[in-house]
Design a protein around this ligand. Structure first.
Ligand SMILES: Cc1ncc(COP(=O)(O)O)c(C=O)c1O
Length: 358
């Protein structure tokens, strides 16, 4: 069977609705919101995003090349390649380095037009899924206690430091941000006079209907009233494109009336399922246990690869599936599409054949 699927489909009205909300937050609070390209990197849509919010956050030259139209660019990566870092800095208004090794190697050689910061890992205790909880990943950011004591004892080392970067949240509502800001207020107030910006990372559910936007504006305004010299910055990814698009597939075969094979594969198109272990929502179906209920049609959805683990999930449909039917996965713009290519702008690994000497 020849299908015109699979494909990802973005609804520009839904994207704009998210962007309007983010733009409202920016205007009311004076915080900057940057879209993080690693979550979603389609150039046409980045263009639309760049018109509504302050700019983008990128990780390397590949991502920067997608975001030329952005009015403001921040760069951060756990590691910047020695041969690329000067070019990345030249294209960036601000930049966060991840470790003191990277700081010592590079901070003095980078142009003065780029405002430099350090990512700090405050190791907060937060209830979040393991796959996206940076507080538990010691290599993501400089240990907070180490940084604070070193700054006191060794201030010259930080003469180029203008910003601090905290990416510690994942899918959080206002409570998560309150916790982070009160932590910063408690532990970093003595450093505030010496810096210009704080990047509060991603992981904010700003575009969820249940996020308390007015509470957010009040929180940000009160922080800014206390520290008027600090520009607050956010770099969400997921919430920028939340619920703005779908992944469309076709049923190519049905086995034993209960297994539907789709013209996709987790490893080819939906790698985030492999990492999060969360089955996506499917239009017209619920993700419950396989039902014995006669008004439901239970199916296991699988990919068409030959990997036995290529199982997308178990769903109850409201009608029987047939070969050729569409199966539409909801909310698939964030992280799914980027992972079918080169996630985070990281180049594909080369292929080499070697002939070992006897
Ligand atoms: C440093 C950094 N900033 C921002 C983000 C975007 O996070 P989210 O898509 O959860 O908003 C990520 C995601 O991994 C990240 O690593």
């Amino acid at each position: 069977m020849i299908t015109d699927t699979p494909y990802f489909e973005l609804d520009s009205d839904k994207l704009q609705k998210n962007l309007d909300r983010l733009s409202y937050i920016e205007k009311k609070s004076r915080a900057k919101i940057l879209h993080t390209v690693k979550s979603f990197n389609q150039t046409e849509a980045l263009h639309i995003i760049s018109k509504s919010i302050s700019g983008i956050s990128a990780g390397n030259l590949n991502e920067l090349s997608l975001a030329k139209s952005a009015p403001y660019i921040h760069s951060y990566a756990p590691y910047f390649h020695k041969g690329h870092i000067i070019a990345i800095a030249k294209k960036s208004d601000s930049m966060s380095l991840n470790s003191l090794q990277q700081w010592d190697l590079h901070s003095r050689e980078l142009g003065r037009d780029t405002s430099l910061g350090l990512r700090i890992n405050p190791k907060l205790t937060l209830k979040q899924p393991r796959y996206c909880n940076p507080n538990r990943s010691a290599w993501l950011g400089v240990d907070e206690d180490l940084f604070i004591s070193d700054l006191v004892g060794n201030p010259d080392r930080y003469d180029r430091l203008e910003g601090l970067h905290f990416h510690v949240l994942c899918g959080q509502d206002l409570g998560g941000l309150k916790y982070l800001l009160s932590h910063i207020d408690k532990n970093f107030s003595h450093i505030m006079p010496h810096i210009k910006w704080i990047n509060l990372g991603g992981g904010h559910n700003f575009t969820s209907e249940t996020y308390d936007i007015e509470g957010l504006v009040l929180l940000l305004k009160s922080f800014s009233a206390k520290y008027p010299n600090i520009q607050l910055v956010f770099e969400p990814g997921e919430s920028v494109v939340k619920d703005s698009g779908v992944f469309v597939t076709t049923v190519v075969d049905i086995i034993d009336d209960t297994i539907a094979i789709l013209d996709t594969s987790i490893e080819a198109h939906m790698l985030d399922i492999a990492i999060t272990k969360i089955s996506p929502e499917v239009r017209g179906a619920s993700k419950k246990e396989i039902s014995k209920n006669s008004d439901k049609y239970p199916y296991q959805l699988t990919g068409m690869s030959c990997i036995a683990g290529d199982i997308i999930g178990d769903y109850n449909f409201t009608k029987a599936l047939n070969i050729g039917d569409r199966v539409i996965f909801e909310d698939m713009m964030g992280y799914s599409m980027v992972k079918q290519t080169e996630f985070n702008g990281i180049d594909k690994a080369e292929f080499k054949i070697i002939t070992p000497k006897p």
